[in-house]
Design a binder for this molecule. Structure first.
Ligand code: 13P
Length: 338
């Protein structure tokens, strides 16, 4: 399949992406929160349980993996990327080496990992990955993000995207404006606009084929400590407006990150965006926490009860699948959970 077809498949209606690419450090935090030891065996067991669930076939278009997982073998003896493919989904790989302190800035971050990336992509392709992910992060305060942070991250994202396409894989371009802070939704709109504008400027300079990319942005939301209440309708309207203004129409689809929203909130907001979508973009999800939280808690309590864990995951995946077609409702949420 060529990269344009892969990208289309990743954002196809009714489906979305499972972001299971937590680094070992992040996974340590997640497992600690449910009192489970962060061993290689436990990380594999939880992830394999999700990747074998029924909703993989109908609601999950792709799975983003961490380097460790791409190389692991499932209980049934086949490799993890094979298991994902067998269950109807596309394996992908996180290729950045994390957000590091940006020299000369006021504690801002720049994502690293370009050195040796071309060689790594060749190996990842052989291991079965067909798309990649690189995440840049931007904090909001009265002075931040700086021009320096916006420019350096856009440059790296574009260089990454060009290398990934050279390896015949689809780059997920993920510029994440973080929710932390007491800023209002207008501020998030303004910062996200500046960030996206710079990213698409750089992607164009680096001759990236936008039809073979997927954008993974934050939704336009008030900061997590903002005192003002914002309705779902306003969130959807602002998000759509911001993306319409700043994302070229060649991009086939936009897969949101959940970024600290609760599971139901992330589903509800995606549904509201799709309800008013008058663009050519397919809006879907590429959720980590908002797809895994409840399943992780269930797994921690009843590790051996595979069907029970998968049921919890399937419910969440189905609800988000419905949201990609604006078919989700509170009623569906409750009836499906019961
Ligand atoms: P969250 O949905 O938990 O924000 O994770 C998505 C992701 O892949 C972050 O890079």
């Amino acid at each position: 399949m060529n990269i344009e077809d892969i990208a289309k498949k990743m954002v196809a209606k009714g489906r979305g992406i499972l972001a299971a690419d937590e680094s070992t450090g992040t996974m340590e935090k997640r497992l600690k929160s449910v009192n489970v030891e962060c061993t290689e065996k436990n990380r594999l067991h939880f992830r394999e349980t999700l990747f074998s669930s029924e909703s993989m076939k109908s609601c999950i278009s792709g799975v983003i993996l961490f380097d460790e997982t791409l190389r692991q073998t499932s209980d049934s003896g086949i490799s993890i990327p094979e298991l994902i493919k067998k269950n109807g989904s596309i394996p992908g790989i996180k290729v950045d080496k994390g957000a590091k302190l940006l020299a000369g800035s006021n504690n801002e971050k720049v994502t690293e990992g370009l050195d040796g990336l071309r060689e790594r992509m060749e190996e990842y392709y052989k291991l079965g990955a067909r798309f990649a992910k690189w995440r840049a992060v931007y904090s909001i305060s009265s002075e931040l993000p700086s021009k320096q942070c916006i420019k350096s991250n856009a440059h790296s994202l574009a260089r990454y995207a060009a290398i990934v396409q050279e390896a015949k894989m689809v780059p997920i371009v993920e510029p994440e404006v973080l929710m932390d802070g007491d800023h209002n939704i207008e501020k998030c709109y303004e910062v996200t606009s500046r960030v996206l504008e710079e990213c698409y400027k750089e992607l164009s300079i680096h001759n990236v084929n936008l039809k073979g990319t997927v954008l993974k942005p934050n939704m336009i939301l008030p900061g997590s400590n903002c005192k003002e209440k914002t309705s779902t309708e306003v969130i959807a309207k602002k998000t759509l407006e911001c993306l319409k203004k700043n994302v070229p129409s060649e991009v086939p689809g936009i897969a949101f990150l959940s970024g600290g929203q609760s599971e139901v909130e992330a589903t509800k907001n995606l549904n509201a965006i799709n309800k008013i979508n008058d663009t050519s973009f397919n809006f879907t999800f590429s959720y980590g926490r908002a797809l895994q939280q409840s399943a992780l808690k269930t797994w921690a309590k009843s590790m051996k009860e595979t069907a029970k864990i998968q049921k919890v995951f399937d419910h969440r995946a189905k609800m988000n699948g419905a949201s990609t077609e604006a078919k989700w409702s509170e009623k569906l949420e409750q009836s499906s959970a019961a």
